[in-house]
Design a protein around this ligand. Sequence first.
Ligand code: GLC
Ligand code: GLC
Length: 811
Amino acid sequence: MRYGYFDDNRKEYVITDPRTPLPWINYLGSDDFFRLISNTAGGYCFYKDANLLRMTRYRYNSDRPDSNGHYFYIKDGNKIWNPGWQPTQTALAGYSCRHGLGYTIIEGRRNGICAKQEVFVPRGENCEVTRITLSNETYKDKELDLFSYVEFCFWNALEDMSNFQRNYSIGEVEVIGSDIYHKSEFRERRRHYAVFSVNKPVAGFDTDRTSFLGAYNGPSFPEAVIRGESKNSIAHGWAPIGSHHLTCTLKPQESVSYIFVLAYCETGKEDKFEAPGVINKKPAQEVLAKFRTDEQVDQALEELRAHWEKLLSVYHVESDDEVLNRTANIWNQYQCMTTFNMSRSASYYESGLGRGMGFRDSCQDILGFVHMIPDKARERILDIANTQFPDGSAYHQYQPLTKRGNTGLGSGFNDDPLWLIAAVAAYLRETGDYTILDELCDFNNNPETKAPLLEHLKRSFTFTATHLGPHGLPLIGRADWNDCLNLNCFSEEPGESFQITGPSEGPVAESVFIGGMFVKYGREYEEILRHVGREEEADEAEHTVQQMEKTVLDAGWDGEWFVRAYDAAKKPVGSHVCEEGKIYIEPQGMCVMAGIGLESGEAVKALESAQRYLECDYGLVVLNPAYTSYHLELGEITSYPPGYKENAGVFCHNNPWVIIAETMLGHGDRAFDLMKKICPTYLEPISEIHKTEPYVYCQMVSGKDAPVQGEGKNSWLTGTASWGFAMLSQYILGIRPEMDGLCIDPCIPAACKGFTCTRKFRGSEYHITVKNPNGVQKGIASMTVNGNKLDGNVIPVPAAGSVCEVEVVMG
Ligand code: GLC
Ligand code: GLC
């Protein structure tokens, strides 16, 4: 069942039923100011950091997951309603929510009135603009009241939710005309406040929550709206809100618009106040002046549209499959930008209260956005490298505001260092900008220890190469990519961290997965070295990688698939000798991606086993059989009920690894089938089962061992976005940047007749036409560039500004 449809022309998903199985949200903002907005106008906003500078309140773990937002109420006679249905839930005659690229438009109709709520964050501004347009679609005059409502948060979102003995006394506001200022804590150490304003004179206002809502009403029937009159309350302590009351009389077929701006404002240290106790309103007035008229709003919306057109023009494909087109051209890339902006901080599943930027997560995210914003990818890479330890190991997370490693969790996740190589290699392939390798980066943010980025990569490589266990495989440390496989922690008490309880350093548990990673990214490191003429080091690296490849085949091969790991007692994990968890997905994908066993047959076998034991209707589960009891020696993975999360859920992130591996074997049909099982756009028709947004990947789908299968959870902020895009754009469609140029190497279903793709790459534009006259799945019979036959399938980089007409015939 669908709850809406894709409008590809406008690049929107249009929700037509507000009762989606879960809130279906969008992200507004692209620099510093962000708003999460659900299809019923729920959500909140913050400046830069979702925990420390939260502007509006989100109510956690509430019985309705979407119980607070930036709401607008319409009072028509004695009926009150919202354009987005919530929170009054008054029945609407018409409803739609258009989630677009950086904006959301919600439209509700009732009793001859249409109310349109357009919401966006203008480029370069720290504010949210909402334009409410009320239209009288009847042939009678209509008298209407409009009320706005936002609930302010006391900036630090965690304190806001817990420290009530203080919070109930700190709330302060100022009101001047239509401008409501939230200035809690400004009188002491803060130099920022919020302003909420509307561009028309108000009939009244409220700033105190209880005055507006009534002590027992809640936002679904606010007392002031029901009365049709604000109380002009000034909050002293308790819970400050911002609410405007506007009135209008609309003639038949007449419309009126109101522009609301909710802005984050900062002052200097010296000019905080314009009079004792009176805040300096200049920064607020400056931003408000920019959004007073419809023309200004239209102009800002146009700039936002142009911004997205530009970003999405780098990669654009046209095929017969419209679902594929919208995935590749719009939604997958959009989600990659969101993971760039948010990392794993703020979604409807990530609370925005904890978790900094993950070292491995941020490195992998780069694979998905580097083509759109290479400069920001560069900056991100350098930020990450600056947190690396001198021995090559890495903090597992760092804080976005300070850009320093997170000491609470520390280091010891032994896959982390290699992801830095993955990120840098992806950056180099996209941009050809080798100067990044000379950039000096600190170790552990200590400026006295600067070394070129290339040296950082060397330390990543060397760390792994020199931390080997009894089988010669890499030591796993606290965990590798699978955070929940904790082979060196032995936690028996509830509440302890599965990852950092117990002796993480020292024990001998090993990871075949990291072995596979080392072969893959070790080769990429070697390639980088050759490019910068360090042949000797490259030869050494090559030798070390070959050694590891041999070790993986010797000690990491189980007969039918790759073993997952060896635990602290040197027993295999993910082997036929195990009772549960006999086979895991990660080493099958990663080792084959690394090219291990391609010649000698293990690769094919590993993927066949993955298909046989791990596949279900919704993709490949992490492992099989699921663990039915808690294993001290395995850790968190066995803490989840069977079929969920890392314990045999479909953890979408690792499915693209297997799909990429399948394309390496030339299995176009198989790769595509598997992609369709996890790709949200293809799951749109079963939205009632899948539950999360059909336009973005979610982290996990309940697997074949779960009592209820196919339920998605944790949408938006997942590494699946970037791997999904790499899989589709570079391996299935096969338009892949390489160090020496753009490689064309599609692996598609036999029935696919071909496709075209426009790709901007290193300053030139490629118009690529792929034809598949003989119905093959992989392989190129001939290829021309501007009419000239090309040997091989890598197009050498032309002079910047070139246009390359590329004709590819598969066969
Ligand atoms: C989460 C983490 C990621 C980890 C994955 C598997 O998505 O963000 O770092 O690799 O879980 O445990
Ligand atoms: C939990 C989650 C895992 C995530 C980790 C992040 O272990 O199950 O998916 O990666 O937390 O810290």
